[in-house]
Design a protein around this ligand. Structure first.
Ligand code: ADP
Ligand code: MG
Ligand code: MG
Ligand code: MG
Ligand code: MG
Length: 641
């Protein structure tokens, strides 16, 4: 989560009355920030990862796996050192996350532009795990799991907690409020306000994985669950999820990069956006929801649905009320427009934006693509507001801007520098599903940061019509998409036919001489995108290897480590290794007690999680999931550099 303002949270009714105020001043704050910082330049590459962990208790005697609701006290201990040390002097930083069983860890200071920093990522991730593990008791473990298989199957928590469909913040049939982090009011406030703004519970329906003994049609017994009226929200043959926790209670891996200036940040934002669905499919790790195998492999749509605060009118399901407009997507979804002037021709999806604020930004000298990006974020209401934060100045504060910005959870995030800080313009890459091991997470993080260098070095251009990126997001969810599906991808990523524009955006121009935005792409498998397609495309990893081969003074240890990362990525893309999703699905399907009814029982859940624990700790390397790696990762940079 972004900013965690302190104070007393307002109810939805109160927040709503301040919505326009927050937006109005949020825009003014952005305009001020923009003018203050638009010419900031020559910032170095800095970057960092965020890993979300789930705390679990595995009870060997009873063969149960439960989510531990003690993130609060664990976090307090994890943050002790940070709070008593000068800024930037601790090796790791810890932050709360949505669930009472989640914590988020990042490196203590961002990595820099030296290649040897890539060799520090995995050891820092290991250190984070050690720091948590030291605070846990017998049978307790922190796993970087994208999903907990029996999330929403009470009792799935330790201590046991039970849902309260008729009261509290979530009002879920399955997810108790105790599972939402209570150490900061933000999370329960978001839960309540999103549901209240929507006017009803979330209704996320994910197709169930139909096996030979899965009931047909498959539908929950809502009478038995305590609310027969939910039957109209649940679809047959789907796993029904009804609150924010089902999405925000999943974990992911994010990477943030600092650009040299605002133009480079906008350019990287655009070039990475079309790669988001590719990384989603490649990192797929979410084949089980609420104790059932599902027919999708990724988490994204579930989170999108879990914070979808749109009213029926906004969703197009009933006539619009006064002041409403149709809004095609949840506030958590794939980006809707490119940010660079060169990306503009490819913005082929009608963009809903706050017209008044768009005009205000244009008048204030902000260019069209950037103004429309911000005006698009500002169609949303603030969904959590603290009484102490209602009155803010437009000059020195950015809270209202951050309020709207940090509750638009998209595949990419364009992060302006915080006021009065040494931090520059940044972009965040947000689609990746978190993997079990530090090795895999480091591999994805390092792969993405190196890709940004290759993009800037070779002036690569991945931009395709944004409507095709949306299609790719849908395709990425399909079971085994990584092997079975094709994705729209730019045919010639080296095209750069407008040198003037190229100079202007510090990258290539996406414009085409023919003017036909649909002429630039074709359909590729992920194997072809990552590993190459003879005579058509070199492949991202071969390109990266070429880039690395041309670097001088690379220490051999870093090179050895990076090679193992690229090898993993290549094998996942080609199918030589399974994605986490495929490996987990097969674990369930092959479990001796699995009854071919799509159900992941307590026993299967326990065995799966116990195996995940062994994999995480390096006690077991399933040869179909992982290479038997041994990287040269280290905590520091070799002195010879
Ligand atoms: P959020 O949750 O809003 O994305 P966090 O503070 O949790 O923000 O994470 C920010 C990430 O950005 C961390 O990985 C951190 O290491 C990294 N980071 C910190 N400072 C910089 C910087 N100047 N440039 C790029 N990345 C940075
Ligand atoms: Mg997080
Ligand atoms: Mg964070
Ligand atoms: Mg976050
Ligand atoms: Mg983040």
């Amino acid at each position: 989560m972004g900013l965690l303002s302190e104070g007393s949270p307002l109810s939805w009714a109160e927040t709503k009355t301040h919505a326009e105020h927050v937006r109005r001043h949020g825009i003014k704050q952005f305009i001020h920030l923009y003018h203050q910082l638009k010419d900031r330049s020559n910032d170095d590459l800095k970057w960092g990862d965020e890993v979300e962990y789930m705390l679990l208790k595995l009870d060997k005697a009873n063969k149960t796996g439960r989510l531990l609701l003690n993130a609060g006290p664990i976090l307090t201990q994890l943050q002790e050192l940070e709070l008593s040390s000068p800024p930037g002097s601790v090796p790791t930083l810890w932050r709360p996350e949505y669930a009472a069983y989640m914590i988020e860890g990042t490196p203590g200071i961002p990595y820099g532009s030296t290649l040897a920093h890539c060799n520090m990522v995995e050891s820092n991730m290991r250190l984070r795990r050690e720091e948590v593990q030291k605070l846990l008791g017998e049978g307790e473990v922190a796993l970087s799991l994208t999903m907990f298989p029996r999330l929403g199957c009470p009792p799935f928590t330790e201590p046991p907690a039970f849902p309260t469909p008729n009261e509290g913040a979530a009002r879920s049939l399955f997810f108790p409020d105790e599972a939402t982090f209570g150490g900061h009011p933000r999370f329960k406030t978001l839960t309540r306000n999103i549901r209240q703004r929507r006017g009803m519970n979330q209704d996320i329906n994910v197709p169930v994985y139909k096996d030979s003994k899965t009931p047909s049609p498959y539908l929950d017994d809502f009478q038995a669950l305590g609310d027969a009226s939910r039957e109209k929200s649940a679809k047959e043959d789907h796993v029904y999820l009804d609150c924010m926790g089902f999405g925000m209670g999943l974990s992911c891996l994010q990477m943030t990069f600092q650009a040299c200036n605002i133009r480079e940040a906008r350019f990287l934002y655009d070039q990475l956006a079309p790669l988001c669905p590719i990384f989603l499919a490649l990192s797929a790790a979410c084949p089980i929801l609420r104790g059932h195998l599902v027919d999708t492999d990724c988490r994204w749509n579930v989170i999108a649905g879990s914070v979808d605060d749109r009213t029926l009118g906004e969703r197009g399901l009933e006539p619009l009320k006064e002041g409403e407009q149709r809004i095609p997507k949840s506030r958590y979804d794939s980006i809707d427009s490119y940010l660079s002037p060169s990306g503009e021709p490819f913005n082929d999806v009608p963009l809903v934006k706050n017209e008044e604020y768009y005009e205000e930004m244009i008048k204030a000298g902000i260019d069209g693509p950037l103004a429309q990006h911000i005006a698009h974020l500002f169609i949303r209401d603030p969904i959590s507001l603290f009484s102490e934060k209602v009155s803010m100045t437009d000059v020195t504060d950015t809270d209202h801007f951050e309020n709207i910005q940090s509750t638009n959870w998209q595949t990419m995030r364009f992060k302006p520098p915080p006021a009065d800080s040494p931090i520059g313009w940044r972009v965040e890459f947000r689609p990746t599903e978190v993997q079990l091991t530090d090795f895999e997470n480091a591999a994805f993080a390092v792969f993405v940061v190196l890709l940004t260098r290759v993009i800037l070095t070779f002036n690569l251009c991945f931009v395709i019509p944004i409507s095709k990126v949306d299609k790719n997001m849908k395709v990425a969810h399909k079971r085994d998409a990584v092997l079975k599906e094709k994705f729209f991808f730019r045919k010639d990523i080296l095209t750069c036919d407008s040198p003037k524009e190229a100079e202007q955006v510090c990258g290539c121009s996406a414009s085409t001489s023919s003017g036909d935005i649909h002429a630039v792409y074709d359909e590729f498998t992920i194997d072809e995108i990552i590993n190459g397609k003879p005579d058509v495309f070199q492949g991202l990893v071969p390109l990266l290897r070429q880039f690395l081969d041309n670097l001088e003074d690379v220490d051999v240890d870093t090179s050895c480590t990076i090679n193992q990362y690229l090898d993993l990525i290549q094998k996942r893309a080609s199918g030589r290794l399974k994605t986490t999703a495929k490996w987990m699905r097969e674990f369930v399907l092959n479990h001796p007690s699995y009854e071919h009814d799509s159900k992941v029982s307590e026993e299967i859940n326990f065995d799966l999680l116990s195996t995940c624990e062994k994999i995480t700790k390096g006690e077991c390397f399933p040869p179909d999931l992982l290479t038997k790696h041994g990287t040269k990762t280290r905590h520091d940079i070799p002195t010879a550099i």
